[in-house]
Design a protein around this ligand. Structure first.
Ligand code: PNS
Length: 177
């Protein structure tokens, strides 16, 4: 039988527990899931494309049918290039619906053969967004439970580069410094 490949497109700046929850759910219903990070020259991302890719690769390393890629241009064109027949998107609350509906219908107009599949993340993640995570972290609030520990650490290092230096000294010496 034909494999069903889906892409999960987004900015992932940074990846959150909500994204991971959706990846887990998507990996269960699709044969292959490609997490596709948009290279968007207009936005001024906190994490570079390469950093986001590295984080997502580490986070999804345990899933056999999940891969990570980056793309430019239209999502539908990318989806067709990789042989996908579905676009996975998460809907957290009613407020997401209008934007997602508009995008899904536009994508359908562009390529009617591609289906958008909406999934709901677990309730405890329904208020988490990358934008709020960045804002809370930048203003010194705790982002524990909102993002994986590795992302929390990378965010701390990004916002306070001195921590990265300490971390690499710690790793090199194999002990706390
Ligand atoms: O995580 P985000 O930022 O909500 O993801 C938005 C994304 C990347 C899915 C959307 O901006 C997108 O598909 N951009 C690619 C350009 C495109 O295809 N635009 C038309 C969409 S209707």
């Amino acid at each position: 039988m034909k494999k069903v490949i889906a892409i999960y497109p987004g900015s992932f700046d940074p990846p959150t527990n909500g994204h991971l929850d959706l990846i887990l759910r998507g990996s269960k219903i699709f044969d292959e899931l490609v997490v596709a990070i948009l290279r968007n020259a207009e936005k001024n991302p906190l994490f570079s494309l390469a950093e986001r890719r590295r984080m997502l690769e580490e986070l999804t390393g345990g899933f056999k049918n999940v891969s990570v890629d980056t793309f430019e241009g239209l999502t539908v064109d990318y989806a067709l290039r990789v042989g996908a027949t579905a676009i996975l998107r998460g809907i957290r609350a009613v407020s997401d619906y209008e934007y997602e509906l508009q995008m899904a219908l536009m994508n359908r107009k562009l390529h009617p053969e591609l289906e958008t599949v909406f999934m709901l993340p677990a309730e405890q993640y329904s208020y988490i967004s990358s934008r709020l995570v960045r804002e809370v972290a930048q203003l010194g609030g705790s982002i524990k439970d909102l993002v994986p520990e590795m992302v929390e650490q990378r965010l701390k290092e990004k916002l306070d580069p001195a921590l990265k230096f300490q971390h690499s000294r710690k790793t090199k010496a194999g002990k706390r410094v």
